[in-house]
Design a protein around this ligand. Structure first.
Ligand SMILES: *[C@@H]1O[C@H](CO)[C@@H](O)[C@H](O)[C@H]1NC(C)=O
Ligand SMILES: *[C@@H]1O[C@H](CO)[C@@H](O)[C@H](O)[C@H]1NC(C)=O
Ligand SMILES: *[C@@H]1O[C@H](CO)[C@@H](O)[C@H](O)[C@H]1NC(C)=O
Ligand SMILES: *[C@@H]1O[C@H](CO)[C@@H](O)[C@H](O)[C@H]1NC(C)=O
Ligand SMILES: *[C@@H]1O[C@H](CO)[C@@H](O)[C@H](O)[C@H]1NC(C)=O
Ligand SMILES: *[C@@H]1O[C@H](CO)[C@@H](O)[C@H](O)[C@H]1NC(C)=O
Ligand SMILES: *[C@@H]1O[C@H](CO)[C@@H](O)[C@H](O)[C@H]1NC(C)=O
Length: 300
């Protein structure tokens, strides 16, 4: 290269060195938060807040409380700051099995990332694999929100969908009851079920502000969607996730959660797939990735 023989003037050298320094040592560059798996910046309304508004001050104070909290060790954050009409309400929820330090770090990441991807937005929903964040000017506590959701599914089909769905139904019925009967700090259940040929592993979770009945019906709505939703990209797949703000479910053919597996004594009742009612019409779907061949980012 001829360029190397050309003497560099000192101002260029200083510029180059400072760029190098910034690249190597700027903490804000090296400590960037991971991208959300999914997010939506206009979840229930299209409202914007203006820079330096009271809403923004309330939001910033709320997010910094979320990020720095060291009291909550059960994975559910429920905060509100300010007064109407500038009141901000927020939830953060970690998957029920994650360790407390993993949860705090995920929530911390989410508070920073959400402002980066949804600047000046009032009503947002962001989802990582291990936690989610939601805030709005409307009240969230005790309100079931499963009208819209994110889905993600493996592109790979199971060998025998009938057999697989029967095992899923048995498993989800059990997990739904277990999660719904959880307390006001956690409503989560994980487990596994044999299809006869292989084993399916699943988790279900509600935000624990919901009552037992609300949690149960929130999960039932998601569960009923499996067979009909998402352009057929979820039914009969080896793994999938449906994630609404109030509840979520996931299954895989490998154990993807922490914790021990349940060992059941009596064989549970198998529900007929035809007994499932049709899903309600008119839902708005947030179909972020409608591609049919779409693999999990967490599985190898
Ligand atoms: C939230 O903000 C939207 C958009 O500005 C507004 O239409 C709605 O009335 C507000 N709701 C509450 C509860 O403040
Ligand atoms: C909010 O801002 C976006 C652009 O950032 C704009 O398209 C939209 O119309 C705004 N919504 C309202 C309700 O002002
Ligand atoms: C917001 O406030 C800061 C500090 O008071 C000021 O420098 C900035 O110009 C303001 N921005 C807007 C858009 O008003
Ligand atoms: C949150 O993350 C930032 C960097 O992403 C870090 O500087 C800060 O110390 C973290 N806060 C807490 C309370 O862990
Ligand atoms: C959550 O927030 C709501 C609204 O601010 C409040 O009524 C409720 O007591 C809080 N619950 C918990 C468990 O923090
Ligand atoms: C799973 O449990 C182990 C041991 O307690 C812990 O180190 C790890 O962080 C946990 N994983 C998650 C995702 O919380
Ligand atoms: C779940 O897996 C464990 C360990 O492999 C096994 O002992 C148990 O029978 C399984 N449970 C069901 C319901 O299939």
């Amino acid at each position: 290269m001829y360029a190397s023989t050309v003497p560099m003037d000192s101002s260029k050298l200083v510029l180059l060195l400072s760029l190098l320094y910034i690249l190597l040592f700027q903490p804000s560059l090296s400590a960037a938060q991971p991208n959300f798996n999914r997010y939506n910046c206009n979840f229930n309304n299209v409202g914007n807040y203006t820079t330096n508004s009271t809403y923004q001050r309330n939001l910033n104070s709320l997010l910094s409380s979320l990020a720095s909290d060291t009291q909550i060790d059960y994975g559910f954050y429920n905060l509100s700051v300010g007064e109407f009409p500038d009141r901000v309400n927020a939830f953060a929820l970690c998957r029920g099995d994650v360790a407390v330090d993993v949860c705090r770090s995920c929530v911390n990441d989410s508070t920073r990332k959400i402002l980066e991807v949804c600047p000046n937005k009032m009503d947002v929903f962001g989802v990582y694999e291990l936690c989610m964040i939601r805030y709005s000017n409307r009240s969230l506590f005790g309100v079931v929100d499963n009208q819209r959701l994110f889905y993600k599914a493996s592109g790979q089909n199971v060998l025998d969908a009938t057999l697989f769905n029967q095992a899923l139904q048995t498993l989800f019925a059990r997990l739904q009851a277990k999660a719904a009967s959880g307390n006001s700090l956690k409503k989560f259940a994980s487990g596994n079920q044999s299809t006869g040929v292989e084993t399916v592993y699943a988790t279900v979770q509600c935000t624990p502000d919901l009552s037992e009945g609300q949690c149960s019906s929130c999960l039932l709505v998601l569960f009923r969607m499996i067979t009909n939703c998402c352009n057929g990209n979820v039914n009969g797949k080896i793994g999938a996730r449906l994630t609404a703000p109030s509840c979520n479910l996931r299954w895989e053919r490998v154990k993807f959660f922490n914790g021990t597996l349940e060992i059941l004594a009596p064989p549970p009742q198998v529900l007929s797939p035809t007994s499932l009612p049709a899903p309600s019409q008119g839902r708005t779907w947030i179909v972020i990735n409608p591609l049919p061949h779409f693999d999990f980012d967490v599985l190898i």
